[in-house]
Design a protein around this ligand. Structure first.
Ligand code: ATP
Ligand code: MG
Length: 424
């Protein structure tokens, strides 16, 4: 086989005609499962008063720079950005910035509060593809605008937990933390720096940078040496005695109280800070030990400054996003939709009319289109796992009748079509 990579930098025709690295085709059995889960999400959200919002898959790059945060990995390294004229545009790496942009642009702050929205769709991040990490992946997300109450936080967390319970996701754990307001974090900065300073030389490069730019982010460093430093008793105690204001602590206690009362298990993780800059007060993450290294299914929190940062009126908000690919990896057997009727026929106009009527009653119906003999058509029906086969030949069509055969029992009856439709 020619090694085109060594001999020439141009890709072979075959490679470039395949899907790009880090993307997936979702089809066959998978798409049935995806559609099932997506409809369950829609139903759950709609039942609780959340309305779908569909925003563009690309936005002005500045929106993400401001909305996600200029110091974040997403903005620094992971965006697909392109230029058109004097515009810089980026494929959306996450959903919240676009939803907030739309909230402001469409004047939703004048709607009755709270404004409850959900979205679903593809997101794009230029990351190293690996298990659980793709370049195009899908998120389902939920945002609640206009209230700064513990009950609002509790409701959105509950929406995620109930969805996952409904889907029987295994080995889930909800981790939750309070990271306070930007003012709390100013206090945190100076205190934390004092605590870590003696260890600075042992920390990783990223953490040494974050020490200057954003010390809070040092806490979720994955480097074992850094982790050990931040687990030292004095630092642990500092984190656990809560660096946040009393107001933030009262708010957080209110959230916890509701979770306790509903017996939703959670773990307070003092090191959970999340990767984005916009969070305030409550942050949380839902992980599963069944997922391997990329174990987060869902992450979110409160973001009380973002609407204002993006040019809107002061509006508190809280929300989360889940990764569909990771969610689907955790979802077990789902109910499959059987084929209720297969219509064996050489009288297509009549067959289509009957199929329309049955589909109108929510039956799943397939009409044979092959023009082959009825024996072959029956074989196809069996292969598709049809429960019943309806035969409409010339005689049946003329008499307004149909033959109905139950493929499980082998029973066969002739019915008047009109009567059959009345009693089916
Ligand atoms: P991670 O821990 O994987 O880095 P994150 O903090 O970057 O996650 P968020 O921005 O909070 O993720 O996005 C919410 C969810 O979207 C994640 O919990 C995860 O399930 C999913 N997700 C994020 N990035 C990817 C990706 N590159 N591929 C697949 N799923 C992803
Ligand atoms: Mg990430």
């Amino acid at each position: 086989m020619a090694n085109t990579q060594e001999s020439t930098p141009t890709k072979t025709r075959k490679e470039t005609l395949n899907r790009p690295k880090g993307t997936q085709d979702i089809f066959g059995n998978d798409i049935e499962r995806w559609e099932y889960v997506e409809s369950l999400c829609r139903l759950q959200f709609q039942n609780a008063g959340y309305q779908e919002i569909r925003t563009p898959a690309f936005e002005h790059t500045e929106l993400f720079e401001r909305g996600v945060g200029e110091g974040t990995d997403i903005v620094n390294k992971e965006m697909y950005t392109f230029e058109k004229g004097d515009r810089r545009l980026s494929l959306r790496p996450e959903g919240t910035a676009g939803v907030v942009r739309s909230f402001v642009e469409q004047g939703m702050s004048r709607w009755p509060k709270p404004v409850k929205l959900y979205y679903m769709g593809p997101m794009f991040r230029y990351e190293r593809p690996q298990a659980g990490r793709q370049r195009q992946f899908h998120q389902v997300g939920l945002e609640l605008f206009g209230l700064d109450t513990p009950a609002a936080d509790a409701e959105v967390i509950l929406m995620a937990m109930r969805l996952f319970q409904k889907l029987n996701l295994p080995n889930l754990s909800l981790e939750i933390n309070n990271i306070g307001t930007p003012e709390c974090r100013e206090r945190f900065k100076s205190n934390f720096r004092q605590h870590v300073e003696p260890h600075l030389a042992t920390l990783c490069e990223d953490c040494r940078t974050r020490y200057n730019t954003n010390p809070l982010r040092m806490l979720d460093c994955k480097n074992p040496t850094c982790k050990a430093v931040y687990a030292e008793p004095d630092i642990k105690t500092f984190l656990e005695t809560d660096f946040t204001s009393e107001d933030c602590q009262v708010h957080f206690a209110g959230v916890i109280q509701i979770l306790d009362a509903l017996k939703i298990p959670y773990r307070r993780n003092f090191y959970l800070v999340r990767g984005l800059d916009y969070y305030t007060k409550t942050v949380f993450e839902i992980t599963s030990t069944n997922l391997g290294a990329q174990n987060a299914v869902c992450g979110g929190g409160r973001y009380n400054r973002l609407v204002e940062d993006l040019g809107g009126p002061e509006t508190p908000a809280v929300g989360w996003a889940l990764g569909m690919e990771r969610l689907m990896a955790l979802v077990g057997e789902l109910p499959k939709r059987d084929l209720d009727f297969y219509i064996v026929t050489d009288q297509h106009a009549v067959a289509f009319e009957l199929a329309d009527a049955l589909r109108g009653q929510d039956y799943k119906v397939d009409v044979d289109l092959s023009g082959k003999g009825f024996g072959k058509q029956f074989e196809r029906a069996a292969k598709l796992g049809a429960r019943q086969v309806i035969t409409i030949g010339e005689a049946e069509a003329q008499n307004g009748e149909l033959k109905l055969k139950n493929l499980q029992t082998g029973e066969q009856f002739t019915h008047k079509t009109a009567a059959f439709l009345d009693q089916v």
